[in-house]
Design a protein around this ligand. Structure first.
Ligand code: NAD
Length: 376
């Protein structure tokens, strides 16, 4: 499943005819033409990106494609979560058509999770489906959103409610791109890295406890190992349960709590997705302790680790007012992960030992939130 040469890793997501490789390494953008060219039926593509990524890296990607004789049209979207909307989806599809993208052409999603989700969904519906390649530019996108084929946009009714499963043809994760990522965004992506340790790999979490600083500072070996291990975990889970009928739900550790906080703060800069996941994971551990599912003290250990990279670990760190616990519970019920109105939580028996709990009583959650939000 994995091949590793110094400074580079190759992971296959085994999905039969839809299997694909994740290339991880330093300086891969300059070689993107070599990886992309074999997938193209003719030497033409469209690059979907956002203003920040375009400013820092678009010229390098265009050069790398041109070096292989590939003509590209760049479509530059505004940065931020608000871009995952019906309006921007429609605009993007029209611009792809104007760029002359045909059924057998491929498009490139070049950006963070917002661009990957939006461009991937546009690819899924354009001309009834064109294939696409992910070049993730944020840490969150390199370890999570670019792998696994979930694409989509937000609706006024909630996050990621409109979308499709559409696997990419390849993922190219160049760790050099992370050098221009704002530190707050880097930390937000780190929350998803820690998630893989917390949900199913205790030795990985223990390694992270000793290596987080190197990862954050940009040590290439540490970054590659963190991204490789995260992608291997995601690939394994996605291969087992592509469309989330079972085990894939484990990847939502911290997300039921976290999504409620994101919704309550309007998906704004007040709280980034990864920050919400960090707070949500600590809540999941604290709730599990309270339900006597795991040993006391683990939530504190997790919080200490996440705090160490500069992540918020408690809802009181979110600027501004939060709605009351009953409203947060109501928001959780609207989450697409709710089934028949019943909430699904990912809870833990220990570090690296998460499980899916479908029988959590509303009043237990409400009591927990009431007490948790009162603290600190
Ligand atoms: P993002 O795409 O908004 O990127 C974060 C910010 O960093 C943006 O301002 C972006 O312009 C900037 N940026 C990205 N790469 C950069 C770089 N190399 N240099 C400079 N600036 C850069 O957000 P994100 O955190 O990458 O992704 C969050 C999104 O991912 C959410 O919408 C979430 O729902 C989605 N997501 C999807 C999945 C999935 O499986 N599809 C999984 C997790 C999260």
């Amino acid at each position: 499943m994995t091949g590793t040469t110094p400074g580079r890793a190759l992971i296959t997501v085994p999905l039969g005819a839809r299997s694909y490789d994740i290339h991880i390494g330093e300086g891969l953008l300059a070689k993107a033409g070599d990886i992309v060219a074999p997938f193209l039926k003719r030497p033409l593509t469209a690059i979907v990106t956002d203003e920040n990524v375009a400013q820092a890296h678009l010229a390098s990607l265009e050069r790398a494609l041109a070096a292989k004789g590939i003509r590209s049209t760049a479509i530059i979207m505004p940065p931020g979560e608000a871009t995952k909307s019906y309006q921007h989806l429609g605009d993007l599809c029209d611009r792809l058509l104007v760029a002359g993208i045909e059924r057998r052409d491929r498009i490139i999603a070049f950006g963070g999770g917002v661009i990957g989700d939006l461009a991937g969904f546009a690819a899924a519906i354009l001309r009834r489906g064109v294939d696409f390649i992910q070049i993730p530019a944020s840490l969150l996108a390199q370890v999570d959103s670019s792998v696994g084929g979930k694409t989509g946009i937000n609706s006024p009714h909630g996050k990621n409610l409109i979308g499709a499963f559409h696997q990419p043809l390849a993922v190219i994760a160049d760790i050099s791109l992370l050098n221009t990522l704002p530190r707050r965004e880097l930390a937000a992506g780190y929350a998803e890295v820690a998630k893989y340790g917390l949900l199913g790999d205790k030795p990985f979490f223990e390694w992270l406890e000793g290596s987080a600083e190197q990862i954050m500072r940009g040590n290439p070996e540490a970054r590659i190992r963190a991204i490789r291990t995260s992608c291997e975990a995601k690939a394994r889970i996605v291969a087992e349960d592509e469309t989330e009928t079972g085990v894939r739900a484990l990847l939502n550790l911290g997300h039921t709590f976290g999504h409620a906080l994101e919704a309550a703060t309007g998906y704004s800069q007040r709280l980034l997705h990864g920050e919400a996941v960090a707070i949500g994971m600590v809540q999941a551990f604290r709730f599990s302790e309270r339900q006597q599912l795991c040993a006391p003290g683990l939530a504190e250990r997790v919080a200490k680790h996440l705090k160490g990279v500069g992540l918020p670990v408690h809802a009181s760190q979110i600027p501004g007012q939060l709605p009351p616990p009953a409203t947060l519970l109501e928001i959780m019920r609207q989450d697409k992960k709710a089934q028949g109105g019943k909430l699904t939580f990912i809870l833990v028996r220990g570090i690296g030992d998460a499980f899916i709990a479908r029988d959590v009583a509303d009043h237990d959650v409400l009591n927990f939130l009431t007490e948790d939000l009162r603290q600190r």
